[in-house]
Structures are given as C-alpha cells and as structure tokens.
Design a protein around this ligand. Structure first.
Ligand SMILES: N[C@@H](CCC(=O)N[C@@H](CS)C(=O)NCC(=O)O)C(=O)O
Length: 219
C-alpha cells in the first residue's frame, strides 16, 4: 500500500515531503487539506498530529509528523534512492546544511513572508528589515557555495537541497507581492543578487515530478 501524505498548499514544510517522495520515486496517496476550511484542525487530523500541523505521513498503521522526521523515516524505510547520504561524511555535510537552514533561514523567512501575505508589512517594517539583513548574509553564503557546485552537497540532489528549496520559493513568492516593493529589501530577483542560487533553483525545478509538488494555489 502506498504511503499517505497529508499536506497543505504553500506549506514549505509539506513541500519538502512531496519533493522527497518525488526524488525517491515513491508512490503516494495525496491528502490535500484546505487550511481555509480548517481541515487541519478536524478531530480526525488532530488524532494524527495533536498540533494540527502539516505535513503528516501515514505508512500503514505508522504515523509520523515533523517534516524532517518524515524525510528521515522515508530515507531509512525506502533506501533505494538516498537523500541523507551514503557515508558518514556526506551524511554529516547534508545534516549540517539541513541544520543551517533550520537555524538561520527559516525564522527570518517567516518574519518576512508572513506579514507580506497578511498585508501588514508596513506595520512590521523594522522586524522585516532585520530579517532581510540576516537573509542577505545567508543567501550570500549559499550563493558562494553554489557558484562552485550544482547541488549543496555532493553530485546529486539531497535532503540539503530539498529542505532549502521551498524556503527560497516562498520568499520569492512573498517578495513578488505589491506589499514588498516599497520595502526595497534587496533580496530579489535572485538573478540580480544571488545568481548561483537562482540557477540552483532551476536545477531543483528540473527534477522529474517537481511539477506535481508545486503549490496548487500558486499556479
Ligand atoms: N516543524 C514543523 C512545522 C509544520 C508547520 O508549521 N506547518 C504549518 C504550515 S507551513 C501548519 O500546518 N500550520 C497550521 C497551524 O499551525 O495551524 C514541520 O517541520 O513539519
């Protein structure tokens, strides 16, 4: 029986899991929840994840939530295509990159994206500016790394790329909104500020199955 994945359109954490399934070429049943209808807070869903957050993965009777835990479970359970590395050194480098994303990219991205989507960017200008400063430094580091290589670690896509890509995509999505223009954040377009990161995004988008993971409400 194929695994079931419960996700929401535009959730960068759910997107990682969909990308993992595509990269690992695993069949799956998609359970797309509608945030607007509060399907992620239904009693049935709260039984799967008491916090009512996506993503959740169900494999038979086994249930796992938290996107990184899901990715690790899938890599251990279905190891034919590895995304967390084949040896201790590559695993450590991949985990280092995953941890860097969690420690230094996710929170500032959220601090920019959330107020722009909620149309309260003007009120949160100072917090947005500070987050943008952090992200400019982080994307400059990533740009330097990706100038020398196509993927963040090794010669093929790994969990490092899969974890970061949706963060970059949602940031660009927010920066494309009218609310973002007056802020002058000097982050987008990546082609101008971080061209190697922009090229790396095109490489992720060329992965077979990528199209199926793209947030439906962004189309
Ligand atoms: N640390 C969690 C974060 C999951 C998360 O924050 N999901 C959001 C969507 S991006 C969610 O379901 N929010 C709904 C809510 O909190 O009510 C993970 O990695 O899976």
């Amino acid at each position: 029986m194929a695994v079931e994945v419960f996700w929401g359109s535009g959730s960068p954490f759910a997107w990682r899991v969909l990308l993992t399934l595509e990269v690992k070429q695993l069949p799956y049943e998609s359970r797309l929840l509608e945030f607007s209808r509060k399907q992620h807070k239904s009693p049935e869903f709260l039984r799967l994840n008491p916090r009512g957050k996506v993503p959740v993965l169900k494999d038979g009777d086994f249930v796992v939530y938290e996107s990184l835990a899901i990715m690790k479970y899938l890599d251990d359970r279905y190891p034919a295509v590895r995304i967390f590395g084949e040896d201790p050194e590559s695993s450590a480098r991949i985990m280092m990159s995953v941890c860097e994303c969690a420690s230094y990219i996710e929170q500032p991205t959220e601090s920019i994206v959330r107020p722009i989507f909620a149309r309260v960017a003007a009120e949160q200008r100072d917090a947005i500016m500070s987050a943008a400063n952090t992200l400019r430094d982080e994307y400059a580091l990533l740009n330097a790394r990706l100038t020398a290589r196509q993927w963040l670690v090794g010669d093929s896509i790994t969990a490092a790329d899969i974890v970061l890509y949706p963060q970059a995509a949602i940031l660009l999505r927010a920066l494309g909104k009218d609310e973002a223009a007056p802020l002058g954040l000097k982050l987008a377009p990546f082609a101008d500020y971080f061209p190697a990161v922009g090229q790396w995004m095109r490489a992720v988008e060329a992965v077979p199955g990528f199209e199926k993971t793209y947030p439906p409400h962004w189309r």
